[in-house]
Ligand binder design. Structure first.
Ligand code: BDP
Length: 667
């Protein structure tokens, strides 16, 4: 197998230099099968660059499958004592030999990339055996890529990194080398599943399930050597659109047969196919409601078709009516997913996974954790993050999302002694931020979000700053002195900086309608999308209490239902998500709401200006083209942050009439 080097493409993580420690040693790889061959090919590629070699003799490094015979002595010492388990591996170093032992080939591959991360540290002092297992079984990236360019949404819906890496000119790309390279990057951070097309399934894309399946198979073929399974977004009315049936009613026998036969053909073509992703009854996508069926019945027919082959259906909980009446405060988009799905807990098939956005609305920079995650004890759950920065600066702003994701994963719906989101989710999914941009992610620093997603899905307890260090080492460390301090200064707090200069205190959605970039204070206020801030001359925020509002707080278990219900106990950063308060309301921080708005908006824009100064100082310490790209983007981020600051501050000044206590100029 040829290792896909990033030819003509600016490297992401994994430059050849990152393989020096492994590549300069003598390595024994034991085990058969495709992924063991990948590991062998990776080792020999690294050795060709750094002077080491593959060997059958006693080695410095042993990478072995526990099923391999004969098992080299160094690995045999571990076998039987440690249980790496599915996808896991055991790492140890004794008598000058480093050993990775895995029960399955995926574990061997993950162990290999773990060694790449460790570098020389894997070959130092003796190491007692340590077992590594992924927290999430499926670590998945969903691409919102259209095969054909959509007239409004372009090729990648909410994509900020150019066109699709999979599709061009209405079909799979002829040259899929880059897809192989992508698979390698994903495997190196732990991702093991990819959905290759948009959840909004348009006409051309619908055919990927049937007559264009060959395109999907070609992509699957490129990703397979890196242990990544392909999933497909499918439309609920496929039996009508593709099968010519008069109905897509999930309880109709012809519909069941159509899904079963179609799915069987998919597995004949792609034997390791992962399954379907479905957005139904949402934002114009059809679903079971049209046939007066529940979402359990709707998902059931697809799950049954997939079950004989071990496939799963990821059924999205993002179901809401986007034609709400803004004058009717009894409707609340935040409630919708729970209202639809909680009553169905216990009615889903075993191979159906409910895919829940991490917040109740839609990937805003600050939302509470979705109450659905705590409400489905007998349903398998996937939690969905948005790596593509639709609402967090569109890959023109630096916004390192790992700290936000970590907060979500740590959230304990039943209080400090209960389980955390990380314990409740079996899968973690991110909407991809990748495109055919030379840097993969538009903003070169946005690569860190993809990397961090994979790492958190593997181990949700990792520290975001430590993940950033890993990413810096793997990406920049070949340079003698990577600008580590500068990168931390720019990135560690960048999500909170972004939050400071955009919509305040969890109120969300003060973005320009449609494309969602930049401020528009009242942009969504009188639209039917269910995204309001209700600012008037007396106050701001959405009353979601049981006592006087939409009752959304009641969807949480205790203690959070009580905490969010109480205007005194509600955390500051979510105050306006849950409460409508006067501008003079005093926060826990001691500041009033209006003064907090002014202060954070001045501070946020100033932090961006400081980042820009820091980056200018790093010139000469990173690749000049990369430095220039980030500099241009920081110019735009500063312009945009100042625009946010001025519009939000001016808006609330005019609504409230309260001047800034510090006497700063508000336009
Ligand atoms: C919203 C996006 C929209 C997606 C939708 C979804 O604006 O483009 O189709 O989410 O998740 O955030 O289905």
């Amino acid at each position: 197998m040829t290792i896909p080097e990033p030819n003509g493409v600016h490297a992401a993580w994994l430059p050849p230099e990152a393989f020096r420690a492994i590549g300069s040693r003598r390595t024994l790889v034991c085990g058969d099968g495709l992924l063991a061959d990948t590991v062998r090919a990776e080792v020999s590629w690294a050795c060709a660059r750094h002077g080491g070699g593959l060997t059958d003799e006693p080695a410095d490094l042993v990478l072995a499958l526990s099923t391999a015979r004969p098992l080299p002595a160094a690995a045999a010492r571990l076998a039987g004592r440690e249980e790496p388990g599915e996808q896991g591996f055991v790492l140890a170093r004794h008598d000058g030999v480093t050993v990775v032992l895995a029960d399955d080939p995926a574990g061997l591959l993950h162990g290999f990339f773990h060694l790449v991360r460790l570098g020389e540290a894997a070959f130092g002092a003796a190491r007692p055996a340590e077992t590594h297992r992924p927290a999430m079984r499926r670590r998945m990236v969903d691409h919102w890529d259209n095969v054909a360019v959509h007239p409004v949404m372009g090729q990648v819906e909410r994509g900020y990194a150019g066109g699709s890496i999979f599709w061009a000119d209405g079909a799979a790309r002829g040259d899929l080398t880059r897809v192989r390279a992508y698979g390698r990057l994903l495997a190196a951070c732990g991702v093991n599943a990819v959905a290759v097309n948009n959840v909004n399934v348009h006409a051309t894309e619908a055919h990927l399930l049937t007559d264009r399946l060959g395109d999907v198979a070609a992509i699957a073929g490129e990703l397979r050597p890196y242990g990544i399974r392909v999933h497909l977004s499918v439309g609920f009315t496929s039996p009508v659109v593709l099968g010519g049936l008069p109905t897509a009613d999930p309880l109709d026998e012809r519909v069941r047969e159509w899904w079963a036969a179609t799915t069987e053909r998919v597995y004949e073509t792609i034997p390791d196919f992962g399954g379907y992703v479905v957005k139904a009854d949402s934002e114009g996508q059809p679903g079971p409601f049209a046939y007066e069926r529940t979402h359990a019945e709707g998902a059931g027919v697809l799950a049954d078709a997939l079950a004989p082959f071990g496939g799963v259906v990821h059924w999205r909980a993002f179901v809401y009516n986007h034609r709400q009446d803004w004058r009717d405060r009894s409707t609340d988009r935040a409630r919708a997913a729970y209202d639809h799905f909680q009553p169905l807990d216990g009615h889903f098939r075993d191979n159906m996974i409910l895919q829940v956005k991490h917040g109740p609305i839609d990937f805003q920079p600050r939302e509470p954790v979705s109450p659905v995650i705590a409400a489905m004890p007998t349903t398998r759950l996937a939690v969905e993050f948005q790596a593509t920065q639709e609402y967090t600066g569109q890959q023109r702003h630096v916004c390192y999302l790992a700290p936000m994701w970590r907060e979500v994963l740590d959230f304990r719906p039943w209080g400090p002694d209960g389980r955390a989101v990380a314990d409740l989710a079996g899968d973690l999914v991110a909407v991809s931020n990748v495109g055919d941009d030379p840097y993969w992610t538009g903003h070169p620093l946005a690569q860190a979000n993809l990397y961090a997603f994979g790492r958190l899905a593997w181990d949700p307890r990792l520290d975001p700053a430590a993940i950033l260090d890993e990413w810096i080492d793997l990406t920049f460390a070949p340079a003698p002195e990577p600008p580590r301090g500068t990168l931390h200064a720019l990135m560690d707090g960048s999500w909170r900086t972004y939050e400071r200069y955009t919509a305040p205190l969890g109120v969300g959605f003060m973005v320009r309608p449609g494309h969602h970039y930049g401020p528009d204070v009242d942009g969504y206020e009188y639209t039917p999308w269910g995204t309001y801030h209700f600012a008037d001359r007396d106050g701001v925020g959405v009353d979601r209490t049981r006592a006087s509002g939409t009752g959304f707080t009641g969807q949480y278990p205790r203690p959070w239902s009580d905490v969010y219900e109480s205007v005194e106990r509600c955390p500051d950063e979510l105050l306006l998500f849950f409460h409508h308060v006067p501008y003079g309301h005093v926060l826990h921080s001691g500041s009033t709401v209006i003064q907090h708005i002014y202060d954070t908006h001045f501070a946020g824009a100033e932090e961006v200006a400081e980042s820009r100064r820091r980056w200018a100082e790093a010139a000469g310490r990173v690749n000049p083209a990369l430095h220039a790209r980030v500099r241009e983007l920081l110019d735009e981020q500063l312009r945009s942050a100042e625009e946010w600051r001025d519009q939000v501050n001016a808006y609330f000044f005019r609504k409230s009439g309260v001047p800034d206590a510090c006497g700063r100029r508000i336009f």
